[in-house]
Design a protein around this ligand. Structure first.
Ligand code: 5GP
Length: 127
């Protein structure tokens, strides 16, 4: 069920639970500010989710309220990951869903990294 755009942070969301170590994930990267792990339902040969360790509902919340250090570290982590995952040369797509129209399902800000094959059109048709 997609989340609405400006909900308060729900500490019981699945990515908060992954951050607390309550449920497992296949971690591919971790630093002081960010965690990255394989998506449970991959849509491409490489499909990794990058999340900040801070409690932010979505890109809207993160962009408005994260510190400069968090913002910088997050983008740096994505760049590092692209190279570590081996997709920086041939290319990859970053995607962040915010709110209902974007079909955001997990209300903890995350960026998808897709790669490992040609990714086609930038955006799908509405269904
Ligand atoms: P959203 O639609 O919110 O941008 O994407 C949420 C993503 O989280 C989906 O691609 C979904 O497959 C992934 N996901 C949902 N639950 C879990 C989980 O428990 N573990 C992992 N690794 N990924 C999950």
């Amino acid at each position: 069920m997609p989340v609405s755009g400006l909900s308060p942070y729900d500490d019981a969301n699945i990515f908060a639970r992954i951050l607390r170590g309550e449920i497992p994930s296949r971690t591919v990267y971790e630093d002081e500010w960010a965690l990255a792990f394989h998506d449970i339902n991959p849509q491409a040969p490489v499909h990794v989710l990058v999340i900040p360790k801070g409690a932010y509902v979505s890109s809207d919340d993160f962009g408005a309220n994260a510190s400069d250090a968090e913002l910088a570290a997050f983008l740096r982590a994505i760049s590092t990951l692209g190279r570590q995952l081996g997709v920086a040369t041939d290319g990859y797509r970053m995607l962040a869903n915010h709110g209902r129209d974007a079909n955001q399902e997990v209300p903890h800000f995350h960026v998808h990294i897709f790669g490992g094959r040609p990714l086609g059109r930038m955006i799908g048709k509405a269904s």
